[in-house]
Design a protein around this ligand. Sequence first.
Ligand code: AMP
Ligand code: MG
Length: 351
Amino acid sequence: MVTKHVIATEEHMDIEAIREAGEILRNGGLVAFPTETVYGLGGDALQKRSSEKIYAAKGRPSDNPLIVHICQWDALNKIAKRVPEAAKRLAKRFWPGPLTMILEKAEIVPPETTGGLDTVAVRMPAHKVALRLIEAAGGYIAAPSANTSGRPSPTLAEHVAEDLDGKIEMILDGGPTGIGLESTIVDLTGDMPVILRPGYITQEMLSQALETKVELDQTLLKEDSAQTPKAPGMKYRHYAPRGELTVVSGNEGSVIAAINGLIREKHQAGERVGIICTDETRICYEAECIASAGARGSEEEIARRLYAILRRFDKEQITTIYSEAFPQQGIGQAVMNRLLKAAGYRILETE
Ligand code: AMP
Ligand code: MG
């Protein structure tokens, strides 16, 4: 299959291209498109064949459910059996935006879309191209991140092409995505709201909006084989670069000293080393590839750049990666969640 590449940014909305992409989706084809978080790989959420194609194109295990993207408030009542008060409140406060809610699913959503679960994940993205596309496609797009399963999520259309060129009908290129990490997922099917995946919308923001306690799925920040994460996808080793990644934590001086010691060792063993650091510390290292994720304390910038850095290391055939640990305020918690998963929870504490 030849994949068609089309520019469609929020500033220069190509209405004709979006109409064509909508047509592809209605006919059961696949289109990758920009959102405010990362690029999504879209198929019609209500056609089981489309969801099957998404799993095949990504090489994704079929028990890992897809998020249904909507563009109108009414659509929520169509795909969810019940819309609890908390869901209404969160939708009002954070949609369109980077928040996915888990609700009981209605009959019209095929089990292929939800990985066989009787719940459905739903979100309204804050991106004009995505919203127009959902509308053009008939209102319901199932879309996981547009990467091959196991690779870092795409934050540029070039990343999508690396993984999916020749496997899908069209890629809408909207330029770099704004947030750079996937949406926050909150489960509203239990007694208490539970965050299944951290993201831009934090625990604090959710609990403030709901005026109740919001829990964090305990499997999120550490590896605990005794427990299974509630979001099926979180159990897979996601976001992984090809090189072996270790996160090094501690005070700045001891982290720099430890990483430099490790670089020497790895160089003697003939490895190609990549370092993820900050603007402040980048001059402290010498290695094949040194990538600053941003200024220390600017978690949003780090979130935006993280996946592109991991992909760059793959291109440069880096075999060993060390990353400084980052502060966990705000979206920093999501950054560390993705980084630790990419590292297979390999963490070196230096103090
Ligand atoms: P992605 O689309 O690549 O961002 O991944 C979607 C994430 O949402 C995966 O981690 C899924 O396991 C999770 N998810 C989707 N639907 C559900 C659901 N009904 N219940 C729990 N987690 C879900
Ligand atoms: Mg994904």
